[in-house]
Ligand binder design. Structure first.
Ligand code: NAD
Ligand code: SER
Length: 319
């Protein structure tokens, strides 16, 4: 377990899809007083706000980052604040600003205050020229602005590690599937939205990707376990992949997901009407080779498609 008893953990972008789950898990492990959730927005009643300390933080505000680190005695930052792929392509300048400058601000603070940082990357770092089963080491030529910002941050992380000794770690998350938070702004969002639609009175969904679009995906519980395992790993076990480890969960198409949902909800209907997000999905790999993560820090996924569908339907029905 990461030693953090000499300081607290800060999570940026905590009100988003990953933060909602990660903050809860970190508070369960370390105690709620040890984990400070932060975001640029207010969301009254959000579990991150009511179940522990919450503070407003725009990651473009360097002075406020420093003040929070001092005031709360922060030792580890999970930096989740970002603009995702679909929203990023709509507003590339904002995407560049938040994803790259925001991350640079966090890395600068980590250098000044000697902090450990988790900064997630994405399968969007790969472009159309990468093999469809993407290896750890391959040319990264993304065609989306979002993907470019993720490559920039991986490189920036390596520079801060090699030049200044800042302990920065990251994972190239696949599309994440979870039930605790709504999703928006991403290309893999369909795999969450579809469950909400399937459980609605109409039980019908219009999918913005084609039926045959195969993408790497992962259940949130696996992603959180991977994140905490990577942060727990001894520094010497990490390789040159430290700022962007490939991790694989499973791969499926919308059609395969609908087939599995129909086993539980036979009346559910999905129609396909691909939009601009199809282009982004087409530029990404359909599966991931995660040999480095398995070897360096013992990564192994647990959730298959049938289990994910069962978990999503059961939990969304309860919530
Ligand atoms: P999200 O969009 O759900 O949440 C991001 C949060 O960042 C939001 O709550 C937003 O309010 C906040 N934010 C935006 N601008 C900010 C600013 N200037 N200062 C502070 N907060 C700001 O995203 P997520 O899905 O939770 O993703 C978190 C990280 O994981 C991102 O780096 C993302 O690129 C990466 N990632 C996510 C997925 C996925 O499927 N969810 C896949 C690959 C990588
Ligand atoms: N799931 C993310 C998105 O669709 C990939 O990083 O934007």
């Amino acid at each position: 377990m990461v030693e953090c008893d000499d300081g607290r953990i800060l999570v940026t972008g905590a009100l988003g899809q990953i933060g909602t789950d990660l903050v809860q898990s970190l508070r369960e492990i370390y105690g709620s007083e040890m984990v400070i959730a932060s975001d640029i927005r207010e969301k009254p009643g959000h579990p991150c706000i009511i179940n522990g300390q919450y503070t407003n933080l725009d990651v473009l505000d360097k002075d406020r980052i420093s003040k929070i680190i001092r005031d709360f005695n922060i030792k580890i930052i999970y930096h989740l604040a970002a603009i995702l792929s679909a929203r990023g392509e709509e507003n590339p300048d904002l995407c560049e600003l938040i994803n790259v400058e925001g991350t640079r601000n966090i890395f600068d603070a980590a250098r000044e205050f000697d902090l450990r940082v988790f900064a997630p990357s994405s399968i969007a770092v790969f472009g159309p020229d990468a093999p469809k089963k993407a290896p750890q080491l391959t040319p990264l030529n993304p065609t989306t602005k979002y993907g470019m910002t993720k490559v920039d941050c991986e490189i920036l992380g390596m520079i801060y590690f090699e030049k200044y000794g800042v302990d920065i770690r990251g994972i190239r998350y696949p599309g994440l599937i979870s039930w605790k938070s709504p999703v928006s702004g991403g290309t893999t969002d369909y795999a969450v939205d579809i469950f909400h639609a399937a459980l609605s009175d109409e039980s019908k969904y219009e999918c913005f990707l084609s039926a045959e679009t195969r993408l790497p995906m992962m259940y949130m519980d696996d992603a959180i376990r991977a994140t905490i395992s990577l942060m727990d790993a001894p520094i010497n076990s990490l390789s040159s992949a430290r700022c962007g480890y490939n991790i694989s969960g499973l791969s499926f198409t919308p059609k395969e997901l609908v087939f599995e949902i129909n086993k539980k909800l036979p009346d559910f209907i999905c129609e396909y009407n691909p939009d601009i997000r199809q282009k982004y999905a087409n530029s990404w790999p359909d599966s991931i080779d995660d040999e480095f993560s398995r070897n360096d820090w013992g990564w192994k996924p647990e959730f298959d498609l049938e289990t994910i569908v069962n978990e999503m339907i059961t939990n969304l029905k309860k919530s």
